[in-house]
Design a protein around this ligand. Structure first.
Ligand SMILES: Nc1nc2c(c(=O)[nH]1)N[C@H]1C(S)=C(S)[C@@H](COP(=O)(O)O)O[C@H]1N2
Ligand SMILES: [Mo]
Length: 330
């Protein structure tokens, strides 16, 4: 974990929330030291670039800290899910179908060098280097609820900035209606992908107005550190009012389109996974209820809770769906 246990607090009293508050306080003092560290990191990346021709693609060391600022868009009031649960209970089918598989198997995902291609209806196609993306905007700490379509949930302190900030840099044409995200796929690195009959690479998409909403996050880290590979390193999408599968991991391409793109889960089972997939307790999955969810990491008697429409973000995003039948457009 990120910080050691302060000597004056018994470990029984340290909730993840307390840990994070302490972590915030410490960071206020450490900020200048951290920006120096970030600059040093950038220099190291430059050196790595030179070595690229002779050395294999590499993974950025787990635990690398990111310099962050507070975001008013953070969701407050709920206890954070522990770092252990966030990084050991994952859906990342390229690395296996069981929750514990990605943390065991994703170690070899090469996260440097890494680029994100921008394609489709844009002023000009371009490619962003991950380290340029990391410096595009100040990185924010944003705590969001995370609701999987499988009816479990977490509260995750992500690090990133609004996807809209990135999209503006992509210069999409005025005719663009949708944006598609494509995940990294290499069957040699991800032989577990054969366990499922999904169409690879993993593909997801959003309507442009959804993607431009400030809550949609281009995500580089969690708990103040670079994303662990199993959580979608080095860059992923997070859309907190939608089921988790809309949030594609390890993005290598972003495509701007005038038509709705094909997406992995919708293509596999369109009656089970709609394109919109807004969290909605009133529309059950054909095989199970969506009315309640299980909060991961709590004692079993405290796990069950009512699922909130739009995962509780309705005040901010419901107007995106004015006049739409959410049963039909599930
Ligand atoms: N490339 C890719 N992205 C993915 C998935 C996946 O299997 N492959 N699973 C999705 C699902 S179903 C969920 S719930 C979230 C899980 O994110 P987490 O493991 O960081 O909690 O990632 C989503 N993004
Ligand atoms: Mo999910």
């Amino acid at each position: 974990m990120l910080i050691g246990k302060p000597p004056d607090i018994p470990s029984s009293e340290i909730t993840p929330r307390k840990l994070f508050d302490q972590y915030y306080n410490r960071r206020r003092f450490l900020r200048s030291a951290l920006s120096t560290a970030l600059a040093a990191g950038a220099a190291a990346v430059g050196a790595e670039r030179l070595a690229e021709a002779v050395s294999p693609r590499v993974t950025v060391q787990a635990g690398t800290k990111l310099q962050t600022i507070y975001s008013p868009l953070t969701t407050t009031g709920e206890e954070l899910t522990s770092f252990a649960d966030i990084t050991q209970y994952n859906n990342y089918y390229e690395f296996g179908v069981n929750k514990g598989d990605p943390s065991k198997n994703a170690g070899k995902l090469p996260t440097r060098p890494w680029t994100v291609r921008v394609e489709g209806k844009v002023k000009q196609p371009k490619t962003f280097d991950i380290d340029a993306l990391l410096r595009l905007r100040p990185l924010e700490d944003r705590v969001y609820r995370h609701r999987c379509v499988e009816a479990w949930s977490m509260v995750i302190p992500w690090v990133g900035y609004s996807l809209s900030e990135f999209i503006r840099q992509c210069e999409p044409l005025p005719s663009v209606k949708f944006v598609q995200f494509l995940s990294y796929y290499d069957r040699k690195v991800e032989p577990w992908s054969y366990e499922s009959t999904i169409y690879w690479p993993y593909s997801e998409g959003l309507r442009m107005d959804e993607a431009m909403h400030p809550l949609a996050l281009l995500t580089f880290g969690l708990y103040g550190e670079v994303l662990p590979n199993q959580d979608g390193a080095p860059v992923r999408i997070v859309v907190p009012w939608k089921y988790g599968f809309k949030s594609a991991k390890s993005i290598v391409a972003v495509r701007f389109l005038d038509k709705q793109p094909p997406t992995t889960w919708n293509g596999m089972a369109p009656n089970e996974y709609g394109f919109y997939s807004n969290v909605n307790p009133n529309v059950d999955h054909p095989r199970w209820s969506q009315k309640t969810e299980r909060r991961i990491g709590l004692p079993f008697y405290a796990q069950r809770r009512t699922t909130l429409i739009f995962n509780g973000y309705g005040d901010q995003i419901a107007s995106l769906y004015n006049g739409m039948d959410l049963r039909r457009n599930f």
